[in-house]
Ligand binder design. Structure first.
Ligand code: ACM
Ligand code: ZN
Length: 756
């Protein structure tokens, strides 16, 4: 038996290869380099049971890379062989996912206790074969001991907002398999489409799978086409996909959304709503008010659906959604209000909890468990439910402390529908800014949990919502290379302090992606910039970086495009006025990256000290308070970076100008994007002080007095001397009825405060 090692042990004993050059992702737990090479050629034999799927898979993959059709033989005397063999011993456990890869000059041996172990060993071996190999291949001799840390290594795909055909879903599963993911969370129903055939309720797909148009551009633009759009998976399709995933040791967790995100189902069966409809399958993204009404008939309907779903999916967990369920209809529905009284519930949150508990009881009666988004904590968690924590990690922490299983998927690190590079260079996305290094820095187990509580963290997953992802090429682009980073996080061998090491291995994966024709983002090659306060409190400095080689950066300060003979970047660039910096990465005279452009808007507050009373939400906090006085205006249509988002909280910022300064204006840049529940402030107040303690209020604006021009609210007042300027912009608070997000906390987005 070999021991399970959850830490990285690297013993380099050989000059030919070092561990850091191996193109392995996720990095195995332990690698020991040895002398020499194993030669893989068309004479190599796969020694294994011919009936083994794993052996057939290995054979097919080698054929795809090299063109060689290697035989599979149970016994062989071949001079070069790849042998799959079960570990013999008293502790054999088919649950074990560990494997041992031992490559010597004549034999590459994969030992495991289960088929899943072989499968992971095979993925590791395949990564050691250069993707352009067509002749003899030299694979370095080594020994690897390996096993995953987390039991839930997930990727999600929303097939409701956009429909992806069966063939692509299989490809998606292949991508998961390549990087040792084991869970595919399949989002099958939502307001914009019902995608799973249910025999008992044929209208779910006859009506619910089709919409008469979709949004065009970003939600903000409120534009639609009128093209009929849709599609669904037949039960035969689903059986085929489930079998395909099962062979690859991937569990499919289907998501059937309830009680919210149900408009497609209600378009087909309006009788299960509060109002009776009629409804049409939603063309609009976002959160809609019409949801399932918790009537007996609705429970029968949902239980019938779940019965068919359970028969199709062997997964232990069923995802029942539970997120973003407005209580608007329930508040005015006679049935819902009577039910609240009858059951002695406190409010509509407890009604949602009642709904989820009813469904849980049913699912448990079928021998399965439910998992739901973290809103299922509200009003009381169902007794056996697992929680998927998406609104940060706090829901997951709360659930783990209540001894419920948790899958972490916070928006900050796990939402792959966010931008992954400078929004200017990226295709349209919902918003956010989640770079590959941010993903790599994710720790699924929050440090505030005790070791005991930590055991409830099953793992994590990345989510791909597809409002802005129309086709498979864009799906690939959004997941790669970020899922490569997530793979290592979930395997348990990521080390954010050694991102460069990961990056070098990730860049080697690009050759494999190229060979397979997989689309991926090259944002990693971009020149990235970081703005920091200048050392003497005089303005800011801009630092430039290229992930590959910062020596190749050329830049201009006059708005022209950089060329090879422009300034060569060596030191941070000082910004002390309105300015536009442009930069690009060159190798010799050839420009390798898009031009990065950074505009600065000068004011007296740029680079000064700033403090906040309330912190922004973790999803929208890049740069911290400094983002408000860095001279940079965030992108309004592709907002993500450079914005601070306050959820239900006020902006309360104090800027220290360093010395008494004459001031007469404060300009605040704010965002309105109602579809994303982002609203202008309710009131704004400006205060000044000379000691930072006693503040004098010099201007108050009520909501009707807040006039934003292109999002900029300029507030003029009598010129006066002050060292400290305080800005209080109050959050709208609970979103009023009739507005998008009604009843929930509003977001307040601010990206800059300029003092003149
Ligand atoms: C979610 O992103 N609404 C779970
Ligand atoms: Zn109702």
């Amino acid at each position: 038996m070999f021991k399970k090692l959850f830490f990285l042990v690297v013993v380099v004993t050989n000059v030919a290869f070092s561990q850091s050059e191996l193109p392995l992702i996720p990095m195995p737990n332990s690698i020991q380099m040895e002398k020499g090479f194993f030669v893989l050629s068309k004479e190599t034999v796969i020694q294994a049971d011919e009936k083994s799927f794993e052996a057939q898979y290995l054979k097919a993959q080698i054929k795809e890379i090299t063109g060689w059709d290697l035989p599979i033989l149970p016994v062989t005397k071949a001079n070069s062989k790849i042998a799959l063999s079960f570990v013999v011993g008293s502790l054999v456990s088919t649950d074990s996912k560990q494997y041992h890869l031992d490559i010597s000059t004549k034999k590459a041996s994969i030992q495991a206790e289960s088929d899943a172990g072989f499968f992971y060993g095979i993925q590791t071996f395949l990564q050691l074969i250069p993707s352009n190999s067509k002749t003899q291949i030299r694979v370095p001799c080594l020994k690897i001991d390996d096993a995953p840390k987390y039991a839930w290594r997930g990727m999600h795909l929303d097939c409701a907002r956009h429909f992806f055909p069966k063939e692509f879903v299989k490809k998606y599963i292949d991508y998961l398999a390549m990087y040792k993911f084991n869970t595919f969370h399949w989002h099958l129903t939502d307001d914009q489409g019902w995608r799973i055939e249910i025999k008992k309720y044929p209208k779910l797909t006859e009506i619910g799978a089709w919409r008469n148009g979709s949004m065009v551009g970003h939600y903000n633009e409120q534009k639609y086409d009128s093209i009929r759009y849709g599609g669904f998976y037949t039960q035969d399709d689903i059986k085929e996909i489930v079998a395909y995933a099962t062979q690859r040791h991937i569990t499919i967790v289907p998501e059937i959304e309830m009680p919210g995100h149900a408009v497609a189902a209600l378009a087909a069966y309006p009788e299960y709503s509060c109002t009776g409809g009629p409804f049409e399958v939603a063309k609009q993204w976002g959160v809609l008010d019409d949801v399932f009404c918790p009537k007996e008939e609705t429970f029968t309907f949902l239980q019938d659906i779940l019965t068919e779903v359970i028969a199709l999916f062997p997964s232990q967990y069923l995802h029942i959604g539970g997120d973003e369920c407005p209580k608007t209809r329930w508040k005015t529905c006679l049935h819902c209000q009577a039910l609240i009284k009858e059951k002695g519930l406190k409010d509509e949150h407890e009604l949602q909890s009642y709904f989820v508990q009813r469904i849980e009881k049913f699912v448990n009666s079928k021998g399965r468990k439910i998992i739901g988004w973290d809103e299922i904590l509200e009003g009381g968690l169902a007794p056996n439910a697992a929680v998927m924590s998406w609104r940060g990690t706090s829901g997951g922490v709360a659930a783990a402390k209540q001894k419920h299983f948790v899958v972490m998927t916070p928006g900050s690190h796990c939402y792959f529908d966010h931008y992954q590079g400078d929004p200017k260079n990226e295709p349209l996305a919902i918003g956010g800014y989640t770079t590959v290094d941010k993903v790599y820095s994710f720790n699924p187990t929050p440090t505030e949990l005790t070791p005991e509580e930590s055991q409830y963290i099953l793992g994590a997953q990345a989510n791909l919502w597809t409002e802005y992802i129309e086709d498979y090429a864009k799906v690939e682009y959004m997941i790669f290379p970020r899922m490569i980073a997530m793979s290592e996080v979930l395997w348990g061998t990521s080390n954010p302090d050694q991102f460069k090491n990961f990056q070098a291995r990730m860049l080697q994966q690009f050759a494999t992606l190229d060979q397979k024709g997989i689309h991926y983002s090259k944002a990693i090659f971009e020149v990235t910039s970081k703005t920091m306060p200048a050392p003497q409190g005089n303005g800011v400095v801009l630092t430039l970086k290229s992930a590959t080689n910062s020596n190749g950066i050329r830049y201009t300060v006059d708005g022209t495009s950089p060329i090879w003979s422009s300034n060569s970047y060596t030191n941070p660039i000082e910004i002390t006025k309105d300015q536009c910096i442009k930069a690009a990465y060159f190798e010799k005279e050839v420009q390798k990256s898009a031009v990065m452009e950074q505009k600065f808007f000068w004011s007296k507050s740029v680079g000064k000290k700033i403090t906040l009373v309330h912190q922004p939400h973790e999803n929208y906090s890049t740069g911290g308070a400094f983002a408000l006085i860095d001279g940079i205006m965030g992108d309004r249509s592709k907002f993500g970076r450079d914005w601070l988002g306050f959820l239900g909280k006020d902006l309360n910022a104090t800027i220290d100008l360093g010395t008494a300064t004459t001031v007469h204006q404060v300009a605040i840049s704010v965002l309105s994007n109602e579809g994303s529940w982002i609203y202008y402030p309710n009131t704004i107040e400006i205060l000044v002080s000379n000691d930072g303690k006693e503040f004098k209020s010099i201007k108050q604006l009520s909501s009707s007095e807040i006039k934003a021009v292109n999002g900029l609210v300029k507030i003029n007042f009598e010129a006066q001397s002050a060292q400290f300027v305080k800005v209080i912009a109050t959050n709208l608070g609970k979103i009023p009825t009739g507005m998008p997000g009604a009843g929930s906390n509003a977001w307040l987005f601010v990206d800059e405060i300029g003092v003149e």
